[in-house]
Every structure is written in structure tokens, then in C-alpha cells.
Design a protein. Structure first.
Length: 228
């Protein structure tokens, strides 16, 4: 409404599908996860419009969880167990564990008995809470979100490790968008928290406000994805 132009919301299941929308020029703007942005290499280049902030920080950790009744106390104890990854491109839900294992001269295929992708942080928590997987990793801010939305689910899990920090997932915009439109959209995001109703909706997504981007925070992760 504030831009005077209609907006169309397009959703996809996987990070790769969202990246493909950007790469093909099918969307102008997207909410990306940390991993989706760090792995993006589309010909349709994008810029970070804004980043999300929660509890006065734009950083989060990757939490590794197990069932509360499990005897597992560390990531090393997960050797030979079943692990739930979120998405192949996810940083907190996949790449952080792969990097952890690579630094210890192993890979998921050798370290775990079996692993699978849930394509949702919530489903990864559900898989561990219901003993379908022995362990999983996910964005620590998602943990806060689930505590608010589904506290019964987290009653059955326990955090055994936190790896990080890493920058939160950014809002990105195609470089083909006109500079004046980009500036207008950035200003809308930067002031969004000042509207009471919008602020309430944002809080349910564990976002206090949107802040100016710091692209340099993602460079170490982009190098990590290049290696992978």
C-alpha cells in the first residue's frame, strides 16, 4: 500500500527453489535464510536490502538438539546415530554441521548412521522430540519462535551445543530494481517496527526490527559455501 504498487507473495518449499525464482528474475525481492543467501550464485544479481534484528543483535547461533531422555551429551556422541538436517542449503540446519565434521576429517556420510532433510526447522524439532531422529540442528532464534508457538514440542528436547555466531537471513532485492524504488522499499522496512500492529506481527516471527545491511558479515559463509 505504501509503495502504490500491488505486491504478489510467492512461496516455495526449499531454499533452492526460492533461489531459482531470484535467478530467473521471477521475483524482485525475497526473504532468504542465511544459507540461501550465502549459497546464491544466480546470474540475476541481488543486493541485501535489510537485515533482521532480535534482542539487539543481527547474529544467531546454530543449536544442536537431542531428545531430553537421550544419553547423548555432545556432537561426538552423535556418531553412528540418525540426524535430521533442515535443508541442503541451510547454514544452521546443515552446513554448520558439515563444516564441523569436515574440520575433524570426516563427513556426514561416514559420521552418521543415516541422515535426512525435513525442509523445516519446526519439523526437525518434531523429528527429535518424537525420536525419529537422534539429533538435529537449527537456528537458535527458531527455538524462541517454537517456545512461543508450540511450547509442548520443546519440552522433549535438549540443547547439547551451540555453534556460531552467524548473521541472520537477509531481505534481498534484485539489482534490476530501480534505485529510487530500492530506497523507498528500504525505508519502509527500516520504519516498519514503528507501526504497532506491524510490530506485533513481526514479533511473532522473532523480528524486533529491520536494520541497514552489513554484507561483510556474510563473506566468511560465502567462502564456506564455495568450498562445499
Amino acid at each position: 500500500k505504501m509503495t502504490g504498487r500491488p505486491a504478489v507473495l510467492i512461496q516455495r518449499k526449499t531454499y533452492a527453489e526460492v533461489n531459482m525464482l531470484l535467478a530467473n528474475g521471477d521475483v524482485d525481492m525475497a526473504f532468504l535464510s542465511t544459507g540461501a543467501y550465502s549459497s546464491y550464485r544466480g546470474m540475476n544479481e541481488v543486493d541485501i536490502l535489510v537485515m533482521t534484528e532480535h534482542d539487539h543483535t543481527t547474529l544467531y547461533n546454530a543449536d544442536v538438539i537431542v531428545h531430553k531422555d537421550s544419553s547423548i551429551q555432545s556432537i561426538e556422541d552423535l556418531q553412528g546415530k540418525v540426524f535430521a538436517f533442515t535443508d541442503p542449503l541451510s547454514h544452521s540446519g546443515h552446513m554448520v554441521i558439515e563444516d564441523y565434521l569436515r574440520k575433524r576429517n570426516t563427513v556426514p556420510e561416514r559420521f552418521f548412521k543415516r541422515f535426512f532433510c525435513t525442509y523445516s526447522h519446526d519439523k526437525s524439532i518434531w523429528a527429535v522430540a518424537n525420536k525419529i531422529a537422534d539429533g538435529a540442528s537449527f537456528d537458535s532464534q527458531i527455538y524462541e519462535y517454537v517456545i512461543i508457538r508450540n511450547p509442548q514440542l520443546v519440552e522433549n528436547i535438549r540443547v547439547i551445543a551451540s555453534i556460531g555466531p552467524a548473521p541472520t537471513g537477509p531481505v534481498v532485492i534484485s539489482q534490476k530494481v530501480k534505485p529510487e524504488q530500492k530506497d523507498q522499499l528500504r525505508q519502509i522496512f527500516l520504519t516498519m517496527h514503528q507501526d504497532e500492529e506491524t510490530a506485533k506481527a513481526m514479533s511473532k516471527l522473532v523480528i524486533d526490527r529491520f536494520v541497514p545491511p552489513e554484507p561483510e558479515l556474510y563473506e566468511p559463509l560465502r567462502k564456506l559455501y564455495n568450498q562445499a
